[in-house]
Design a binder for this molecule. Structure first.
Ligand code: ADP
Length: 512
């Protein structure tokens, strides 16, 4: 089994699982010799590559807590997070030293190890990660670890409010790995090759390092190259069978495939577990035509992250394709051992696929509190369900469909409008590359929808055309009252549409 990764100069590095094991174990020994105590936090500031994988395995095996820092956050947020977690050590890519410098003054780190990711030795004043590993003797006994001890922590990416820390235990990670590996979920096996497109600092790297290590799946990592061309290159050259990323990644891949017909010959059908935001039905359909089978799932940093798996149930196999695609665009049913419910006040709402309510979740890998944040405990019900902040419907087959994040729902004249439904419909228009819809203050209706649209290269569409296109599917009062054409939609640190920025940008919109 191999680990393959891209270096900054785009060259490809590779080693075996045996090398991964030896190096992760050397890291565990070196950290223990450096005085790491059980529960100490070891932070990482790294792209997706082999050394990051080593930390995923080596730090928890030493009894430490792996804390992956989101390298796209603002310096003040990073300082807040490092201080809040009280990180003791940091392992950082040489190419990310400028990022570290931006907040180093504001944090206390005992030791910093620099990974020569670009091949250069650590600059003066820093410790070298390779030299640190080289100090290991091979004489190392794993510490006794209780299954409930902390193994890793991750902060929410802060799409809504200040990042909050979530701690994963050895137990929760092991159970999550089993659930992730099952066939209808990520479906990882020994014969697969998995590409982790999602950044390894996002939501516990979607659990992939642990699941892949558990079942022995070859792992492919993109380094800092997360663009569509690099993704397709690695899929082709490494024979990737499973690739995991957020919808915006797949929108980019689709664009590349469609702009260059015949250029990319995928070696096999690629299974693409996809979540983080809702993939439009049109994306699922179009990717199928290119041999990429999107598997829709829903999860959160707080749920490790896997909580549902979408797709077709056995009794739906003969349904018309249009019906099947509708089902595949839903977020799916609960993963094994995860419980879901949709509530309004004290009661569960009807499972009629229409009535929306607050989505709540609980299970063995669902957080029961945020790290050192008792003021946030109201996010959990007294009987231990996590209030996700997502609004959903559910049905008799057990599928949930997310209507929106409660903060993104558009409240117009006492009625709710789903921004997700509108934007996903818009992204089904042939001229539209991306679309985000936000609620903008309105003197009469409280809020009205405004659509921000990015057109495909060389394509044209007017506001009237797009409105007419949507009118076939939505009631008149649900249609956006304004369409704004932009060259890009701002993104969060993990590639979701940054709707809070759009809301700020259009807060003063003058309605006609
Ligand atoms: P942040 O909350 O900072 O964005 P997360 O990455 O943990 O950090 O985001 C979890 C949220 O992402 C969920 O609460 C939900 O709103 C959204 N999400 C995740 N998966 C999906 C999905 N398949 N469809 C729609 N929204 C999703």
């Amino acid at each position: 089994m191999e680990v393959v990764w891209r270096r900054p100069d785009r060259s490809v590095g590779r080693y075996t699982f045996g090398d991964l094991y030896r190096r992760a174990r050397a890291l565990a020994e070196a950290l223990t010799r450096a005085g790491l105590k059980k529960g100490d936090r070891v932070a990482t500031l790294m792209w997706n590559h082999s050394a990051h994988l080593e930390t995923y395995l080596g730090v928890p095996c030493a009894g430490g807590v792996l804390h992956t820092l989101n390298l796209r956050l603002h310096a003040s947020e990073l300082a807040f997070i490092v201080n809040h977690a009280a990180d003791r050590y940091l392992i950082v890519d040489d190419v990310l030293l400028p990022c570290l410098e931006s907040f180093r003054r504001d944090v206390k780190l005992e030791r910093v190890f620099v990974v020569p990711y670009s091949g250069n030795p650590a600059p003066a004043g820093f410790e070298d990660y390779e030299a640190f590993l080289g100090g290991a003797t091979g004489q190392f006994a794993y510490p006794a670890i209780d299954e409930n001890d902390a193994a890793a922590m991750c902060f929410t990416s802060g799409t809504t409010g200040r990042p909050k820390g979530v701690v994963y235990s050895h137990r929760s990670i092991v159970l999550h790995s089993f659930a992730e590996a099952v066939k209808d979920s990520f479906g990882l096996g020994h014969h697969d090759v998995v590409l982790a497109v999602a950044p390894m600092f996002h939501a516990n790297a979607w659990g992939l390092p642990f699941t892949a290590a558990m079942v022995g799946t070859k792992i492919v990592l993109l380094g800092a190259h997360m663009d569509a061309e690099s993704i397709l290159q690695m899929i082709v050259s490494e024979g990737v069978t499973i690739a995991c990323g957020v919808p915006t990644i797949w929108l980019g891949v689709l664009d590349e495939l469609e702009r260059n017909p015949g250029k990319w010959k995928l070696p096999n059908i690629v299974r693409a577990p996809c979540g983080g935001s809702a993939p439009p039905e049109s994306l699922i359909r179009a990717l199928d035509r290119h041999g990429i089978h999107l598997v829709h799932l829903w999860g959160m940093t707080e749920t490790s992250p896997l909580a549902t798996t979408g797709g077709i149930r056995a009794h739906m196999r003969e349904w018309p394709m249009d019906e099947q695609y509708k089902v595949r665009a839903r977020q799916g049913w609960a993963s094994p051992f995860v419980e879901l419910r949709v509530t309004r006040g004290e009661h569960e709402v009807l499972r009629d696929a229409t009535t929306a309510g607050d989505l709540e979740v609980r299970g063995p890998w669902v957080a029961s509190g945020y790290y050192n944040a008792p003021e946030e405990q109201s996010r959990w019900t007294p009987d231990g369900w996590f209030r996700t902040g997502d609004v959903a419907t559910w049905d008799d087959d057990g599928y949930i469909k997310l209507v929106d994040r409660s903060k993104d729902l558009i409240k117009s004249g006492g009625e709710w409008i789903s921004s997700v439904d509108l934007e996903n419909a818009l992204m089904g228009h042939p001229a539209v590359k991306e679309a985000a819809v936000v609620g903008v203050p309105h003197p009469k209706w409280a809020e009205r929808p405004l659509a921000v649209v990015v057109l495909k290269d060389g394509a044209a569409a007017t506001a009237e055309e797009l409105r007419a296109f949507l009118a076939a599917r939505f009631a008149k009062w649900q249609l956006p009252d304004a369409f704004v054409f932009e060259s890009a939609i701002p993104r969060t640190s993990v590639g979701k549409f940054l709707k809070s920025r759009l809301r700020d940008q259009f807060a003063g919109w003058k309605w006609e």
